[in-house]
Design a protein around this ligand. Sequence first.
Ligand code: MG
Length: 292
Amino acid sequence: MKRRQFLTGAAATAGAVLSSVRAQAPREAVLRLGSQESRLPGANLKEKVANLAAWGGTGLEPHGNPWSRLAEIREALSGTEVKVSALCWGSHKGDLVSTDPDRRKKGIEDLRAALETAGELGAQGVIFVPCFHKESELPPAELDKILLDILPPLGEHAARCRTRVLLEPLNKGETFYLNRVEQAAEICRKVNSPGIALMADFYHMSREEADQAAAIVTGGPWLHHVHVATGKSRILPAQEEHSFVEGMRGLRKVGYQGWCSLECGIRKGTDPMVEIPKAFEHLREQWKLSAL
Ligand code: MG
């Protein structure tokens, strides 16, 4: 081997090692707080976003496919630090896993449209639940097959839109299918598309995961959104006893860069203008504890 070739080869090898180290070293995790649109107080979207921004929140999570509201959303966000975190889209009544081809086709078309909106808004993804209870009669193994059939083209479409489908595992009270983060991670791993990812929900995890930090680490390579609520009454953090520290430790381990978004009720008779900033402060304290 000529010396020049050798040097080039050595430099290339060192470069490859360095870049693989960089790829493996997780970035330091950040706590980005946000909320579903419907949780925020305000007479209109502009007021809701202004409240969120005043409390240090930076992620707005609208419901459904807000295509007809693009101008309203952009106007409300302009001049603030707030961005659209994700779209909370749901199951479309289980249509995407229906055995009726027309229902499935319509469900897929509507999810594709929601992905286009998410792309326009720069969102992390569109939250998708394959089915709630009573929305499918099929056994999980059959539902897995359907997802592995429909998700690859949806993932390609999502990636073209620069966003993702976010699979959301739910507790057994809401669905018999995809209850734990590792189950959604297994689907993501099999589909292997940059447009197919998952999210984690602290409320559901508190019911289904024996070790929340481990669940987050398992889902880490595909994790792009988190929902926040207490485990018992599914209300605002700090309104009842609930620790987020274990799950947050997992977020730190995977260098999580997405949002933690409120998806919760509020204790009856309490004022969201007072309670949401308290909840955010509580989450910031829990985040500090999770570093210890
Ligand atoms: Mg949720």
